[in-house]
Ligand binder design. Structure first.
Ligand SMILES: *Cc1c(COP(=O)(O)O)cnc(C)c1O
Length: 498
């Protein structure tokens, strides 16, 4: 069963948690108890394909779904039509103890595909189980990557409409083109004059608005979410942390029970939280290295115990991490406080009212027992891409570079030599101009459009352009709506013809 982080809702089934997206009165659904995985169970999985690891892990969190149903979802999502690498998420060894988990071989070139390819199938099944006949409206706020991944996952899925809000001029040109060229009869994309937090706040406000919801109900609609506030988004992400560990075992890089580190370039705290769940289920993890960009609200939080979003929002060259309110921290706080829903509720209330809250030193120390926080500047990011290219012959994107930079600092400060897996969250082609700028210099890219830049990056990286990003210039722009941040709700009304 799933319970609310704020103790303000009854326990619900997996299907209901996925359908609702978030707790109606505010709060997020979390598993009441976490399953644990034994060493013997893990041993069974060594050398197995990604799909088989998923097949073992997903049912542990999806009571009420049959194994056949889950197998169907896995087959539909994780196949070689959607993913361009035979292993789905291969490990790339860069140094004796540094590995990149390439999570970007899916249809939109970012790790979000790992979850957003499968969640539409979960959602359709959940609807069937709940006897839900209303049309589902998925509202998505995106800092760039979720939007396209969700559009691809949900397009043309029966009984579902998807509406994506992204910050106007707050995403890369490629990200924007990917979104506005989406086809499908049920897709809507709206640019917002504001930043990601504005988009996310507006969406969360709509979710909490009981009047609006009853208006929707009357019109035959029901809301849900594909952001990582939805448990169905986090769950598939747990799989690849187990998968990475199993690959290291299979390749003889680690021995049974050996602890490893994960480095996760972090924005909304969803991806790293999935790693935390994996470790709590028994995966041998030493540290989760939480890598931020200059919007380093999380680095400061873990170092001081005070979360403070009252600071300038920075647009950086790792835009998918340009976030000041990391929604999934709420789930983490619930877990590390020993399911203290009362305190979590107070912190979140304070955050909403004043933009900040503080936890006590004891809790802070507890968090630092597993989390190692750090951040990288834009300059660090470019330098890291350059060094990695010239010294290691490996091309990484800006978000992944933030992870590597923070890891380098961590390992030189602590001397920790444990094997470490860095989540490579996007293909370098997705942020091609920043990556090419890093390698060839700012002058080299000046005046070139992003599509030419893709070609040049392909030449110097000796990698083909990611299939998701080929031929973007030939695609028709299908979405041109721009709205003010106060108009997000009106846009939803307009799109649904309420
Ligand atoms: C979404 C995203 C992140 C941040 O992930 P969270 O789960 O929000 O912390 C990092 N890198 C890339 C490329 C992303 O698309």
């Amino acid at each position: 069963m799933y319970i609310s982080t704020r103790g303000n809702y009854e326990a619900v089934s997996a299907a209901e948690a996925i359908l609702l997206g978030m707790v109606p009165a505010g709060g997020l659904f979390v598993p009441q108890d976490l399953p644990s995985i034994t060493k013997d169970q893990l041993k069974e999985l060594v050398g197995k394909a990604y799909q088989q690891v998923a097949r073992f892990l997903l049912p542990l969190f999806l009571e009420g779904f049959t194994q056949e149903e889950i197998d169907f979802c896995i087959e539909k999502a994780y196949n070689h039509k959607n993913f361009y690498h035979p292993q789905l998420a291969p490990l790339h060894k860069m140094e004796d103890n540094i590995f990149f988990l390439e999570l970007w071989h899916g249809p939109t070139a970012a790790f979000k595909d790992m979850a957003l390819q499968i969640i539409p199938y979960f959602l359709s099944l959940a609807k069937k189980k709940a006897g839900e006949e209303k049309e589902t409206v998925i509202l998505v706020a995106t800092s760039g990557d979720t939007g396209k991944a969700a559009l691809e996952g949900f397009k043309d899925v029966q009984g579902i409409k998807i509406v994506v809000f992204y910050p106007y001029q707050g995403v890369s040109q490629i990200q924007e083109l990917q979104m506005v060229t989406t086809d499908g009869s049920n897709t809507f994309v709206v640019a917002v004059e504001g930043n990601f937090d504005d988009c996310q706040n507006a969406v969360k406000t709509i979710f909490k608005d009981a009047n609006f919801k009853s208006k929707l109900q009357e019109a035959g609609f029901k809301l849900s979410s594909a952001n990582s506030i939805n448990w169905g988004r986090l769950l598939p992400q747990i799989v690849y942390y187990f998968w990475a560990y199993l690959r290291l075992i299979a390749e003889g890089e680690i021995s049974w029970g050996e602890e490893i580190n994960f480095v996760v370039p972090t924005g909304n705290f969803g991806n790293i939280l999935a790693a935390w769940y994996a470790s709590s289920m028994g995966l041998p993890v030493y540290k989760l290295i939480c890598a931020s960009n200059e919007n380093k609200v999380l680095t400061d939080f873990f170092n001081t115990g005070k979360y403070d979003r009252n600071r300038p929002f920075k647009q950086t060259n790792s835009p998918s991490m340009d976030i000041l309110i990391s929604s999934n921290l709420e789930r983490f706080l619930f877990e590390v406080s020993g399911h203290d829903a009362g305190r979590v509720g107070e912190w979140m209330e304070k955050l909403q009212q004043t933009g900040c809250f503080s936890v006590d030193p004891l809790l802070k120390e507890k968090m630092l027992g597993i989390i190692a926080p750090g951040f990288a500047t834009e300059e660090d990011t470019l330098q890291t891409i350059k060094d990695t290219y010239f010294e290691k012959g490996y091309t990484i994107d800006t978000h992944t570079a933030v992870g590597l930079k923070v890891y380098r600092e961590y390992s030189s400060m602590t001397g920790d030599k444990r094997k470490t897996v860095i989540a490579a969250t996007a293909s370098p082609f997705k942020f091609a101009s920043s990556v090419l700028e890093a390698i060839k210099g700012g002058d080299f890219i000046r005046g070139k459009n992003e599509l030419l830049i893709l070609k040049e990056l392909s030449e110097i990286s000796k990698m083909p352009v990611h299939p998701a990003l080929r031929d973007l210039e030939q695609k028709k722009v299908r979405h041109r709506t721009l709205c003010k941040r106060e108009e997000i709700r009106e846009q939803v009304e307009h799109i649904l013809q309420l």
